[in-house]
Structure formats: C-alpha cells, structure tokens
Design a binder for this molecule. Structure first.
Ligand code: PA5
Length: 449
C-alpha cells in the first residue's frame, strides 16, 4: 500500500540549516513520554494505539450492524454533537461523499445531517421543518453528556422523532454515544432503552474520531470504516517510536512546525486544500491543533483556506501581508473522476490552449504556481500528498495529524490533552441564563453589563 507523503523542503529553506534536526531529541523525548504515559495529560492517551487495537475487532462489527439498522429504517439520520463529537465524522463523510449528495436522492444512503453544533433558532427551526415528513433517526453524541448545544438539539429531535414514529419505533432509531456511566445522555439512554456506544474515558473529544463517535456516522453514511481504521493503523506503525526521525513523517511535521514557530516568528499555520471536499478536514484539524496547543499564552494559530477559491479573497493577504504565516497544503495526487476540457470552435474565452487536458492538470498547475509564488513571497510551505481521496488514506491522514499533534504540543511544553479555556464562555452563558447553581456568577456578571 502507498502512503501519504510529507515534503518540508520549501519550509526548511526559511530556517537556519539544522534547525529541524535539532528538534529530534525533543521530539524523541515527547514520543517516549507518550509511549510511557509519563507526559502531562497522560490519562488521555487512549487514542495512541487505538487504530491497531480496534482494527478487525468486534467493535467494528457491532458498529456496522447498528449502522445497517439505521440505514434500513431511516431516510435521514441527524448526528447531534459539537467539537470533537462532531467534526471528525463530518470531515470524513464530506471528503468521501459526492459533492451533490444532498441533492441526489439515490435512496441507497440516508441523508446525513448535523445538529447540536450551534444554537441558532433558525437552523433548528428549519431542520425540524425539513424532518416533518421524513423517517428520521438520531445519533446523539456527547462525551460529557451535558453539552448545551447538543442537549438542546437532542431534546427537540427526540420529541419530534417520538411524535412522528411512536415511542417504540423511535427507540430503534435513536443511538447514544456517550460516557459509560455519567452524564445526562447516558441517563436518558438507560431510561429509554436506546442502543449505546461508549466513548472511552481516556480518549478526549478531539481525538475521538476513530471511536464510535466518528465511526458510527461514517458507517451510516455508507463508507468503509474498516479501510479507514486500517489506514490509521498503518500510519500508527509508520510513525511509531521505533521509526527514526529522518523517516518519521509525524515527528518531522511536529519538528518543522515548532522550528517555524519558535525560530522564524511564524505564528499562524494555514491548512490549505485544493479539493472543496476537504473543507471539513481542515475544520477538524483546526480543533485538534487549536485546542491542544493554544494555552499558557502559547500556540500556533490554526487557520484554513480552500484554494483556489480563497486565492480570490485571502490570496492578497497571504502573498503580501504580515510574514507571520506558513502553509500546509493537502494535495490529492489522483482525482476519483476524469473530466477533459472540451474544444470550442469560437474560442471566445481563449481557453482552447487547455483543450484535451484534464481539469485536474489545471488545478495542479494552480497549486504549483501558488506554491512558488507564496514561497517567493516569504511563506514557508509544507506539503502533504494523498495518493487519492479514499477511506484508507484519510485514515492515515487522521492518525498522522493526531500523533503529530501530541508530539508538537509536548515539544511546545503544554499539556496537549486538556482544554480548560473552553469553560469560560459556558460559565458566563449559564450565569446569564440563570441556570440553577450559578446564582453567584449571575449576580457578578450582571454588574459588568
Ligand atoms: O475536544 C473536546 O473535548 C471538545 O471539543 C468536546 O468534544 C466538545 O466540547 C463536545 O463535548 P461533549 O462530547 O462532552 O459534548
């Protein structure tokens, strides 16, 4: 099997020779701390060997069975979740779906919709209206089981599902993915008798895509979760602690990022794709790196652009704005389809020079031209190549980013596995909404208004 490739040559040229290699001992120490579970956040390392543990396991079979039930009984499946309980599934489903799958009603696959990732009244109203004449099911995903966005959407969806299908049938199409014992989602699932999957205690939300959190929605959408996990398991081997620094692409990615951040003043990493289907892959990556590294007043800011689309909006800034950025480009070598550019007798658009070429060749020249221009403009460029867009290589990509993140965060000397900062807005929101138990905060916050 081929593998994703990492090219850092166009980033290294911005650094004093030897800078990346000088990180090798720190990277090795970080990998050892992960392996030995001696690092900060060592109670959240369940993701580290997850792919090799679950590849060909009974869990995969169970997920496929439950997915088939939902596929048989539902025209639409709503996946309720936010952050780590949402982005991984969406990233893989969008990357593997036909770009127009929502419009092509082939009846072979249920339509997958997402909720519980915002608190927009219009969004939820429009969703519940759309579902009114649909046979729909719900996958309720929340590790804590108490996240407001998700719980709010789930209450609405549960009621509607029971109203439309009756309580007994609703039970067959509502699945909860949550903590083994605690939280409101677990309580409701036990009381109502829903099928449940457990999110392991030692796997944090943003590292949970290869648990049922990601795997069930992906399987319901009709994609090959075995290939996904196999790709991740192969990448686990390829980036293991035994693989020397020179060959270990995750170790090198972590080292080059930290080199650019610590020694070249590059504070922002822009994840770039040339395939719109990868938009949510970058959203998932933003959470993984942002929540893991952005703390203790440190951290590379993870941003994302879809090219060539955003070259017509953000291209100017990237080419000539403040030189505090570097780019990581995800490039897909072979598209899944072929489309040749046609001849036109009149050639009014002057594009006959492209006649007979694949559209992807134009895309690749745009990519190369952009890379050269941005490097000339002072933007270091890291390139990741996927042989093609399929479940296996996406599995590789997921694990590559996860292990790269664990290493990079530890090299940056933060705990990559906590997220204390996300509580601040919740405290204020609950105080403002007069949630019982927040009386003191409520009084305090009102003095500031
Ligand atoms: O990575 C994280 O921990 C967060 O993004 C959570 O996944 C997110 O806040 C959702 O939490 P929960 O799964 O508890 O509803």
């Amino acid at each position: 099997m081929e593998s994703i490739q990492l090219d850092i040559t166009k980033a290294v040229q911005f650094l004093t020779p030897g800078t990346v290699e000088a990180f090798a001992p720190q990277v090795a120490a970080a990998q050892k701390a992960l392996e030995d579970a001696t690092c900060e956040g060592n109670d959240f390392l369940g993701w580290l060997h997850l792919p090799s543990q679950i590849v060909e396991s009974a869990l995969i079979e169970e997920i496929k069975t439950v997915a088939n039930t939902l596929r048989e009984k539902c025209e639409v499946v709503v996946v309720a979740g936010i952050g780590g309980s949402y982005l991984g599934a969406r990233a893989i489903i969008e990357a593997l779906s036909n770009s127009f799958s929502q419009l092509i009603n082939d009846k072979q696959n249920p339509v997958i919709l997402f909720a519980g990732n915002n608190i927009s009244e219009d969004y939820l109203y429009e969703l519940t209206e759309y579902l009114k004449d649909k046979k729909f099911g719900v996958i309720n995903i929340s590790k804590s089981g108490t996240t407001t966005e998700t719980a709010l959407a789930f209450r609405l969806l549960k009621k509607q599902c029971e109203l439309q299908r009756g309580k007994d049938e609703a039970k067959e199409v509502i699945v909860a993915i949550t903590d083994a014992v605690k939280g409101a989602a677990r309580k409701a699932a036990t009381q109502e008798g829903y099928k449940t999957f457990v999110i392991p205690d030692n796997v944090g939300g943003r590292f949970s895509v290869l648990t049922p959190v990601g795997l069930l929605p992906i399987a319901v959408a009709g994609f090959d979760i075995e290939a996904l996990v196999k790709g991740a398991a192969d990448m686990e081997k390829q980036t293991s602690i035994e693989v020397p620094f020179a060959q270990n692409i995750a170790a090198r990615y972590a080292a080059v990022r930290q080199s650019l951040y610590q020694h070249a003043g590059k504070k922002i990493e822009i994840m770039v794709n040339y395939q719109p289907k990868l938009h949510f892959m970058a959203e998932w990556w933003k959470q993984l790196y942002g929540e893991s590294e952005g703390k203790d007043l440190k951290g590379i800011f993870p941003a994302a652009c879809d090219f060539t689309t955003d070259l017509h909006s953000m291209g100017q800034w990237i080419q000539e704005g403040e030189r505090s950025i570097f780019e990581t480009v995800i490039s897909v070598e072979q598209p899944n389809h072929q489309l040749l550019f046609p001849h036109d007798e009149e050639n009014l658009d002057g594009l006959n020079f492209l006649e007979g070429k694949r559209v992807d060749e134009v895309n690749k020249m745009a990519e190369l031209g952009t890379r050269l221009a941005h490097v000339d403009g002072g933007v270091p460029n890291i390139r990741l190549t996927l042989p093609t867009l399929n479940a296996y290589y996406l599995g590789q990509l997921i694990y590559f980013f996860e292990i790269g993140c664990g290493i990079s965060g530890l090299v940056q000397a933060v705990n990559p596995f906590n997220q204390p900062g996300v509580e601040a807005y919740k405290k204020n929101m609950f105080a403002l909404l007069n949630k019982p138990g927040y009386e003191a905060e409520s009084a305090a916050i009102r003095e500031h208004l």
